[in-house]
Design a protein around this ligand. Structure first.
Ligand SMILES: [Fe+2]
Length: 149
């Protein structure tokens, strides 16, 4: 494909639910790429919107895990997510204004893909040890309560 939108081990966090959601983001990018190369305008528009919705929900979900973990960089990470939201919503607005979906789709495929892949590789990796620890701790304490009085 050549757009750097294929999943690879460098994107893995080791947190199953996060990896699953990140993989879904990659799938959306490939779906956009496919719709662009096969010239399906409606499909491009549909998948661009779906990706943007999904990525924003995913970011909010991530923030809830960071909050639970007491992640010290939650504030700055939230700001980065807000910047993404503004950028992503600008694509939605361009579609609403009737701009050529292929042009928007191609930009999303490269620009949003680059943003997300960098974010997953760098910013997200930083919260991983904190969130992992908190998820494990939560699980351990739930199990302790369940089996010990
Ligand atoms: Fe993030």
């Amino acid at each position: 494909m050549g757009y750097g939108i294929n999943w690879g081990p460098e994107f893995e966090t080791g947190i199953d639910i996060i990896d699953e959601q990140h993989r879904r983001i990659f799938d959306y990018l490939l779906e956009i790429d496919h719709a662009v190369t096969t010239h399906h305008a409606e499909e491009v528009e549909k998948v661009v919107r779906a990706l943007i919705d999904y990525a924003i929900s995913h970011n909010t979900f991530e923030e809830s895990l960071m909050e639970k973990a007491g992640y010290p960089m939650l504030g700055p990470h939230h700001e980065v997510h807000e910047a993404f939201k503004a950028r992503a919503q600008a694509y939605n607005e361009r579609l609403e204004k009737g701009e050529d979906p292929f042009r928007v789709g191609r930009e999303v495929r490269t620009d949003i893909a680059l943003w997300l892949t960098n974010h997953i590789k760098k910013d997200d990796q930083h919260y991983v040890p904190f969130v992992k620890k908190s998820l494990e701790g939560g699980f351990v304490s739930r199990m302790l309560k369940k089996f010990f009085k």
